[in-house]
Design a protein around this ligand. Structure first.
Ligand code: CUA
Length: 446
C-alpha cells in the first residue's frame, strides 16, 4: 500500500469531525450575534417575527380555506419530520458504530466487495416511502377539491356571493357583479372599488381572478390563496371569513418594479353592517356642500352598530392608531371628518378636473369617468391608499399626491399622468395648497 500521507495534504485531516465542531460553534455564535444586531432596530415587531403572528401569518388562519391549507402543510411537516428522525438516527448510528477507531482503521482500504443489502429491507423501504407519499397525497387531493370552489352546502343554502378581482400594475380592482350601478358616462356596470374589498363574514365568497396586464397572484394569507391572475385565463378561488375583521392581502407573483407594494385589504363585516355599507357604496359620490355638512352633523352619513365597539380610538391620528387596530380605523373612516370646509372641498373638486385626474379615475355622480386608475367614488371611506401601502390619513394622502413615485416606483399616475413619459416633461404641477384642497375633496368622498 502506498503511503497515503504523501498523497493527501495534511489539511484534509483537519476536516474530520473532531476539529470542525468548535469551528461551526464559533461561526454559529458570530452569525447569531450579527442577526440579533440586525433585528434590533425592528424591536417593536420582533414578537411578531418570533411568534410568527404578523398580519400576514398563514399560521393564524381565520377561514376554512386557509385552515385546510395550513392543516395540509402540517401533515407534510409531520411526515418529513418522521423521515428526518429515522434517516438521521440511522445515519448517526452508522457514523458512530463504523467510525475509524485506530490509526490502522484510518488507512485501511475499503472492503473489495461491498454488501448488496437485504432485499427485504430494500423492498420495505420502497413500500414505506410509497406509504408516506400516500399519507400526503390523500389530504392533498381532498384539499385540491375543497379549495377549488365554494362548497355545495353554501351554494345550496344561498350563502355565497361573487366578486371579481382584477390585477393592474400595481393595484387591485374589485367588482360586485350582482350589484349594478349607473355610470357617469351612461349605462350600468358592476359596483367597483379599489384595493379594499368588503364582504359579509360567514359568507362563502367566490373570487373571479383577472388581470389587464401581466401575471399577478391573489393571496389573503389568513383566508385563502394563492392563485395566479393570468392573461387570457379565467382563474378563481373562494374564501370565507369566519368573523368580522380586517385582513391583509398581497400580490404574490413578481409583476414589475412595484410588485412588493401591490397590496389590498379584505374587510369582513356583520351581514347587517355589510348591507349598510353596500347601500352607501351604490350611491354616487357625496357632495359636501355647506348644507350637506350641516345636515350630516346631526345624522352621520353611515353608522355601523359595531362601531360602538371601537373603544378609545377617538381621532384619526395616523399610523399609531392604524397599527393598534386597523379594523377600528376602517370603521372610523366610514364617518365624515369633523370640521369639513365646503369651499375647500369645492376647490379640490375643481382641481380634480383641471389637473386631469378625472380622465383616469371614476367618481360616480361627480366628474370622474376614467378607468385607468382605481375607482374613487368612496375613497374617503377606505383605510388605505396606494394599493394598501399607506394608511388613508390627510398627511399620507398629501405625501402620496406630492410624490407618488417615491412610494410606488413606476406607477402610472406619475408616469403618464403627472409626467409625459416620452419627453419627461411635467404635464402640470401641484402646489402644496392645491394638494390640500384635493385631499379635502377626496376625504369628503365617504
Ligand atoms: Cu402584482 Cu406582483
Amino acid at each position: 500500500m502506498a503511503p497515503r500521507t504523501t498523497l493527501m495534504p495534511p489539511l484534509l485531516h483537519m476536516t474530520r469531525t473532531r476539529s470542525v465542531l468548535p469551528l461551526i460553534s464559533r461561526v454559529g455564535t458570530a452569525l447569531a450575534a450579527v442577526l440579533a444586531l440586525a433585528l434590533l432596530p425592528g424591536c417593536n415587531k420582533l414578537h411578531q417575527v418570533f411568534s410568527l403572528s404578523g398580519p400576514q401569518s398563514t399560521m393564524l388562519s381565520e377561514g376554512p380555506v386557509a385552515r385546510a391549507q395550513w392543516d395540509l402543510f402540517m401533515v407534510t411537516v409531520y411526515v418529513t419530520m418522521f423521515i428526518f428522525v429515522i434517516v438521521g438516527a440511522v445515519l448517526a448510528y452508522a457514523q458512530i458504530k463504523f467510525r475509524a477507531k485506530s490509526e490502522a482503521d484510518e488507512h485501511a482500504e475499503a472492503a473489495a466487495e461491498a454488501g448488496h443489502g437485504n432485499p427485504f429491507v430494500e423492498i420495505g423501504l420502497i413500500a414505506g416511502s410509497v406509504a408516506l407519499l400516500v399519507i400526503i397525497a390523500i389530504p392533498t387531493l381532498k384539499d385540491i377539491w375543497y379549495t377549488y370552489d365554494v362548497p355545495k352546502a353554501d351554494v345550496d343554502s344561498g350563502n355565497t356571493m361573487e366578486v371579481t378581482a382584477t390585477g393592474y400594475q400595481w393595484w387591485f380592482k374589485f367588482e360586485y357583479p350582482a350589484e349594478m350601478v349607473k355610470l357617469p358616462t351612461g349605462g350600468e356596470a358592476p359596483l367597483a372599488t379599489g384595493n379594499e374589498v368588503v364582504v359579509p363574514a360567514g359568507v362563502a365568497v367566490r373570487v373571479n381572478l383577472r388581470t389587464v396586464d401581466v401575471i399577478h397572484s391573489f393571496w389573503i394569507p389568513k383566508l385563502a390563496g394563492k392563485v395566479d391572475m393570468m392573461p387570457n385565463r379565467a382563474n378563481h378561488l373562494w374564501f370565507k371569513a369566519e368573523k368580522p375583521g380586517y385582513f391583509y392581502g398581497q400580490c404574490a407573483e413578481y409583476c414589475g418594479e412595484s410588485h412588493a407594494v401591490m397590496r389590498f385589504r379584505v374587510i369582513a363585516l356583520k351581514p347587517s353592517d355589510y348591507a349598510k355599507w353596500l347601500e352607501n357604496q351604490k350611491n354616487g359620490a357625496r357632495t359636501a356642500t355647506a348644507q350637506v355638512i350641516a345636515a350630516e352633523a346631526e345624522a352621520p352619513h353611515v353608522q355601523f352598530a359595531s362601531m360602538k365597539d371601537v373603544g378609545p380610538h377617538s381621532t384619526l391620528a395616523g399610523s399609531v392608531e392604524f397599527d393598534a387596530d386597523p379594523f377600528a380605523f376602517w370603521q372610523k373612516m366610514q364617518t365624515t371628518d369633523k370640521g369639513e370646509d365646503a369651499a375647500h372641498i369645492a376647490a379640490g373638486r375643481k382641481l380634480f378636473q383641471d389637473k386631469t385626474c378625472i380622465t383616469c379615475h371614476t367618481v360616480r355622480g361627480h366628474e370622474g369617468i376614467g378607468i385607468t386608475g382605481p375607482e374613487l367614488t368612496h375613497v374617503g371611506a377606505r383605510s388605505t391608499i396606494a394599493a394598501g401601502v399607506l394608511e388613508n390619513t390627510p398627511d399620507r394622502l398629501h405625501q402620496w399626491l406630492t410624490d407618488p413615485n417615491y412610494f410606488k416606483p413606476g406607477n402610472k399616475m406619475y408616469n403618464g399622468g403627472y409626467v409625459d413619459v416620452a419627453s419627461g416633461q411635467h404635464k402640470f404641477t401641484l402646489t402644496g395648497e392645491e394638494i390640500d384642497s384635493i385631499v379635502a375633496y377626496l376625504r369628503s368622498l365617504k
